[in-house]
Ligand binder design. Sequence first.
Ligand code: NAD
Ligand code: TYD
Length: 343
Amino acid sequence: MTRVVVTGGCGFIGSNFIRYLFEHEPQIHVSNWDKLTYAGNPSNLTDLANNPCYEFKQIDIAERNAVRDAMRTYKPSVIFNFAAESHVDRSIHDATPFVITNVLGTQTLLDAAKEFGVEKYIQISTDEVYGSLGDKGYFTESTPLAPNSPYSASKAAADLLVRSYVHTFQFPGLITRCSNNYGPYQFPEKLIPLFIANLMANQSVPVYGDGLNVRDWIFVTDHCSAIYAVWKKGRVGEVYNIGGECELTNLAMTELLIESLGKPKSLIRYVPDRPGHDRRYAIDCSKMKGELGWSPSTSLENGLKLTIQWYRDHQDWVDHIRSGEYRQYYAKQYSSLTSSNTK
Ligand code: NAD
Ligand code: TYD
């Protein structure tokens, strides 16, 4: 039985990844370490509550003693570090939790993993560490790091720590850098779930700036299969770029969502741009394809269909989140955007 730690497993990608592991790896025990911030929702995994091969521990990865104790007790052979503060807009408001969780938390995990002899450590990073592209070109694994937001800067710092532990301590670390994910269980502060939720409620959707920023979209299950491939076949010390090969402007994505939900274009509302807004992300994932035999397999059409259906079937999940802390946060911090987010 392989003993695996997934940090941040109550969040969007982590919860999808834990489910993916149980579907693809019969001999596995998963310990989910999550602090349960605003983005962590244990109900994302209620279907696993009675699974004897699954456990949940409320742990802050930046708390050294808690992490050491848990590592000593559980003795995982593999760690997947998903835990992070993940929303760019929040990092613009206050970078502190980003540095604590994404940087100090990663270093704390690395130290404990090193001390207790973990066999593989996979750092879930982001394409945003590379900064912004112009109209042409792609991020490769050798593109220099040039993060532009406090979020991406904290993720880049974490990547460099992993790199340094590999180099200095022969630590068995690997790094994945993925483009923008979408799919079930994504917190409705990110573009796609926010817009689906607003449109379902006949509310307007706030498009930042001119709406021509480009993102490369990947369905979350394709990200999970890529991380799984990196675990099984990736080389220690390497970075692997993961992308959906699906570039769209935010406006094109917005129009697609509006059309899929049968709503009028008049619900588009242009709002002031995000400060420091990266113009374009695009991933070259030929290393994943050539070396690990992975490629994204969910078309945007299918992925969006599945995602919209999931949000339609889970209106109570959305309502619960939108009635609570999420609204209070935006009401306080983004009063200029709040009206557009919630109208
Ligand atoms: P998310 O915000 O939905 O979930 C993050 C989870 O981490 C939550 O469950 C939260 O409670 C937990 N967490 C936060 N701070 C913690 C701490 N100190 N200790 C323990 N747990 C803590 O994020 P997500 O979208 O699922 O992203 C997961 C990872 O993937 C992140 O590292 C992110 O940088 C990376 N990533 C995300 C995307 C994307 O499009 N969402 C793309 C590429 C990479
Ligand atoms: P987001 O989902 O926050 O992901 P990221 O900033 O990590 O790429 O945003 C995706 C794109 O959508 C980004 O260019 C910002 C834009 N955006 C809006 O136009 N309106 C919104 O309300 C949000 C949340 C994002």
